[in-house]
Each structure stands twice: as structure tokens, then as C-alpha cells.
Design a binder for this molecule. Structure first.
Ligand code: MF3
Ligand code: CO
Ligand code: CO
Length: 261
């Protein structure tokens, strides 16, 4: 498969899908509370995507995934399947939303806090969000994917955390997962050269302990081998003529992005 360059019409559709995915994260925030089950969060998001947004939750039945969102709690790294476990005070939870609108995908995730997590947990989330920002800052025509991976890996490791290697960001558009693979580690000056019109996700998974992970017998849930905490943030990004646009930006992030530019 080759890397699709979006036409102006397609970019417009990507913007809409990205906006909708971001809105789901904003909508679900107040529901992420002590005592709620991840199944209930799945139901709330599913109903909102289908009935309010008139969009499609991309994970549902994707390669057999049984739910409409992914919920990854504490030492779960990614692809957690919503279930009947209740969130408790001190938990950190990633909610990963992918919607399809008018044939195009928007994919984004963030960490939510239940009550007040430990200082370590909050620091891990801060480092992971900063890792995503550090990667996004690199995106412009002429930059290379290895530059992004290198920036993320160097920052994360400087903070004594580790980058998960088994899962990566991805091109996105008409398909959920398109070329290229966007690694969150690597060497500068290597890999695909970015061009205006490319769309891809950056979605670093960062562990407080060692980088190694294992897959649970459910075939989806990925956890840290050493049971250390793990965090992830994800945005869908468009390469523009003079840099990038974050297609899944939330209102709460606007001030930070403006301050950086
Ligand atoms: N949203 C995830 C990603 O960022 C993929 C989830 S696949 C699923 O690429 F099947 F688990 F939903
Ligand atoms: Co993704
Ligand atoms: Co995702």
C-alpha cells in the first residue's frame, strides 16, 4: 500500500471526522468517575457517535474487536476492551475514540484521572502528553518520520520512562490504518519524507517502568510485562504547506498550542 495524499475535498472530510472524534472525548470526560464501568463509558460513547453525530464507531467489529471504544486502565497499554469492572479512585484510564464520518476516519485518545492519582501516575501522563506534542512539532513538509520517532524517544527516555515499540501511529483516511507506520522511536534523517496532504496519527505509549509488553488471552488487551503504569495520547495530524494541523484538537488544548506557535 502507498501513502495517500488527501485532496482539498478529502482534507475537509478528515477535518470533520477529526473534530467529531475530539468531541467524543470532551463529551465523555464528565462521565469518567469513580464507580462507572468501562462498559458504561462504551455505551455512552457509542450512543453519542451513532445518534448525535450520525457517525460510525470504527473499532466495533474491526478485526473482531467487540466494542465501540478502547479503554486501557493503569498498567494496560492499549486496546483494552470495555467490561464490567468499575473505575476506582486513583485510576488512570486511556479512552481511544475512532469515528468514521462520510467515509473518513478521525482517531484520538487521552488519559483521564479518577479522583487524584499518584504523583507518579500524573507525571507519567504529563510526560506522555508532552511526548506527543514534541512529535507533532516536528511535522512539516520535508521532515522525516525518523525525526518524529527520535524526538519522542529522546524526550521520554530523558524523563526516565520508556517507549513501547510493538505498536505505532499510522496513516489514516478512508482506511483506519493506512501506510505509513509512524514509530515512536528511531533515528533522525531516516524514513518517509513528509509531504503536504499526508494524514497520520502519532500515539506514543509510554511506560513508567520497562518498555516490554504482553498480550492478554482476550487477544486484544496489551499490558506492561512488569505491571508498571502506562499512558497514551493520540492525535490525527495533517501535513500542511507550512507545517501541520492537529485535526483532533480539543478546546482545552487550544491555549497551549497557540502559546507554542
Ligand atoms: N484506535 C486504535 C489506534 O489508535 C486502534 C484500535 S483497534 C481496535 O490505532 F480494534 F482495538 F479498536
Ligand atoms: Co491510531
Ligand atoms: Co486510536
Amino acid at each position: 500500500m502507498s501513502i495517500s495524499i488527501k485532496t482539498p475535498d478529502e482534507v475537509e472530510k478528515m477535518r470533520i471526522a477529526g473534530c467529531l472524534a475530539a468531541e467524543v472525548l470532551e463529551m465523555v470526560g464528565p462521565h469518567v468517575e469513580q464507580g462507572v464501568t468501562t462498559d458504561e463509558l462504551d455505551r455512552i460513547c457509542h450512543d453519542y457517535i451513532v445518534n448525535v453525530q450520525h457517525a460510525v464507531p470504527a473499532p466495533l467489529n474491526y478485526r473482531g474487536f467487540p466494542k465501540s471504544i478502547c479503554t486501557s486502565v493503569n498498567h494496560q497499554v492499549c486496546h483494552g476492551i470495555p467490561g464490567n469492572k468499575r473505575l476506582k479512585k486513583g485510576d488512570i484510564v486511556n479512552i481511544d475514540i475512532t469515528v468514521i464520518k462520510d467515509g473518513f476516519h478521525g482517531d484520538t485518545s487521552k488519559m483521564f484521572f479518577v479522583g487524584q492519582p499518584s504523583i507518579l501516575a500524573r507525571r507519567l501522563c504529563r510526560v506522555t502528553q508532552q511526548a506527543l506534542r514534541t512529535g507533532i512539532e516536528i511535522v512539516r513538509p520535508g521532515a522525516q518520520l525518523g525525526d518524529i520517532g527520535y524526538a519522542i524517544q529522546s524526550y521520554v527516555e530523558s524523563q526516565d520512562c520508556s517507549v513501547v515499540r510493538e505498536y505505532c501511529g499510522h496513516g489514516i483516511g478512508r482506511e483506519f490504518h493506512e501506510d505509513p507506520q509512524v514509530l515512536h522511536y528511531g533515528s533522525p534523517g531516516t524514513g518517509v519524507v513528509l509531504q503536504a496532504g499526508m494524514c497520520f496519527t502519532i500515539e506514543p505509549m509510554v511506560n513508567a517502568g520497562k518498555r516490554q509488553v504482553k498480550l492478554l488471552p482476550d487477544g486484544w488487551t496489551v499490558v506492561t510485562k512488569d505491571r508498571s503504569l502506562s499512558a497514551q495520547y493520540e492525535h490525527t495530524v495533517l501535513v500542511t504547506e507550512d507545517g501541520h494541523d492537529i485535526l483532533t484538537l480539543r478546546g482545552e488544548e487550544l491555549a497551549q498550542v497557540e502559546a507554542a506557535s
